[in-house]
Design a protein around this ligand. Structure first.
Ligand SMILES: NC(=O)c1ccc[n+]([C@@H]2O[C@H](COP(=O)([O-])OP(=O)(O)OC[C@H]3O[C@@H](n4cnc5c(N)ncnc54)[C@H](O)[C@@H]3O)[C@@H](O)[C@H]2O)c1
Length: 420
């Protein structure tokens, strides 16, 4: 069941390239607002302090616990209180506040500092409304991937970002969180392939994305990204990074080149939900729909109890309180700090016990994550195995050595791997 390239022997021997050094702080460092204080919002807030010369200035998040936890950790400190303009429950409140602040400033009144840019870290389907909503503020934006969940939203976003005067360069930055482009090893790989040409022309690429069996169960069977109707296909929500990297390596010209992109001539894809479906449910699980009441649970590798509470993966028993444990119980650290380990475990088990049945309204089922749900009984419909083939024709206008000859790239997203 293992995909190729999914195992690395002697992982401790891997040489990891260092991240670029943190730049020196300027006299007026860029000030950023985090919109959505979930996993990614926290990752950017932390990275701002650790790796950039920017400041995490404000947070938008409807869930009070998450908002305050991010604020305490990265904005106003453990002993501080949020000042005016440092926390908002909804991005629309922030937009209204910022407009009022600018109006007061224009009238010569003293006002708190505003922000220069925003990290949009809300769920995929909200990206478009937040980007369009921030439009009038004309600030820099980094939006998490995927940009949007359908083509028409992408086009609306693109149009909204075009400068009014097309003869002028845009006055602000807009980027999408295709973070693989910024990992030191991928930056080095691109330099070696496109600038140093260490292996000459690229003719054929075989790229596998090993999602990891329990990561897939967490995010794409029980979690946020399990249904196309409420999220998007897994090729988009998970593998847009990989497709982006392939195009970055094979279509985008090297830095300082005047050549246009060399786009693929053909793209085809096949995929299916092959594994995580009811017909694979072991008979021993009988009619159980939740791990906590399942007779097969002790023998099931997908047991939610093992994944979130156990010692072997990244459950609480392994000492982990971050992802994925924190996704099930966001305030797990508070439970441990105030009431101890047993209370933390009980909080996770209580959440895992939540289940739905034939009487539960459909929208209640679809808007919530069900982390204790049997992986063979979930309402997931996204592909767990998918291949993409891209082919490039020769660019007849290019010169030999430009790397614009015919080539093929094969991509395989597979969930059944040990490595994540
Ligand atoms: N770049 C990557 O590698 C990577 C990895 C994982 C996820 N993502 C993407 O990042 C985004 C966020 O994912 P996540 O895992 O952090 O999700 P998450 O659910 O942990 O966080 C989203 C947060 O947005 C909040 N929110 C909801 N409505 C809001 C509103 N109106 N205003 C402000 N906040 C609001 C939610 O309460 C939640 O806390 C998604 O688009 C996801 O696809 C990117």
């Amino acid at each position: 069941m293992m995909a190729p390239h999914s195992e690395v022997e002697n992982e401790e021997n891997i040489v990891r390239l260092p991240a670029p050094e943190k730049p020196r702080m300027s006299e007026s460092p860029p000030r950023l607002i985090i919109i959505g204080a979930g996993s990614r919002g926290n990752a950017y807030a932390r990275a701002l302090g650790e790796a950039t010369n920017g400041i995490c200035a404000a947070v938008v998040e409807p869930i009070a616990y998450k908002r305050q936890a991010l604020g305490r950790a990265y904005i106003w400190g453990d002993d501080g209180q949020p000042a005016d303009g440092q926390e908002f429950e909804d991005w629309q409140d922030f937009v209204a506040w910022e407009e009022a602040r600018r109006a007061k400033q224009a009238a010569g009144k003293e006002v708190p500092e505003g922000v220069d840019g925003a990290f949009i870290c809300v769920q995929d389907e909200l990206h478009k409304s937040v980007i369009l909503g921030l439009e009038k503020l004309n600030i820099h934006i980094m939006c998490e991937k995927p940009l949007a969940t359908n083509l028409s939203d992408c086009i609306d976003i693109y149009k909204s970002l075009l400068p009014l005067d097309s003869s002028k360069a845009p006055g602000r930055l807009f980027s999408v969180g295709h973070v693989l482009r910024y990992s030191p090893h991928n930056m080095l790989l691109r330099k070696l392939l496109l600038e140093d040409k260490v292996i000459g022309d690229i003719l054929s690429v075989n790229h596998t994305e090993p999602v990891g069996w329990w990561h897939f169960a967490h995010s794409y069977v029980r979690g946020n990204w399990r249904k196309e109707s409420t999220s998007a296909p897994s090729l988009l929500t998970k593998s847009c990074h990989d497709i982006d990297v392939l195009l970055w390596l094979l279509s985008s010209p090297p830095p300082n080149s005047s050549l246009p992109r060399h786009l693929p001539s053909n793209v085809s894809s096949l995929g299916a939900r092959q594994f995580f479906s009811k017909h694979r449910k072991p008979a021993a699980a009988k009619s159980a729909t939740n791990c906590l009441s399942c007779p097969h649970e002790p023998d099931c590798m997908f047991s939610a109890k093992k994944i979130y509470v156990g010692n072997d993966l990244r459950g609480l028993g392994s000492g982990n309180t971050g992802w994925p444990v924190k996704i099930v119980v966001p305030d797990i650290e508070d439970y441990l700090a105030t009431s101890g380990r047993t209370a933390g475990e009980e909080a996770i088990l209580k959440e895992l016990a939540a289940d739905y049945d034939a009487n539960t309204p459909a929208d209640e089922i679809s808007k919530k994550n069900w982390f204790g749900r049997c992986v063979w009984e979930s309402d997931n419909d996204v592909c767990d195995d998918q291949v993409v083939t891209m082919t490039w024709d020769n660019d007849d206008n290019a010169s030999a050595g430009d790397g614009r000859g015919p080539k093929i790239a094969q991509f395989h997203m597979v969930s059944f791997t040990a490595k994540i």
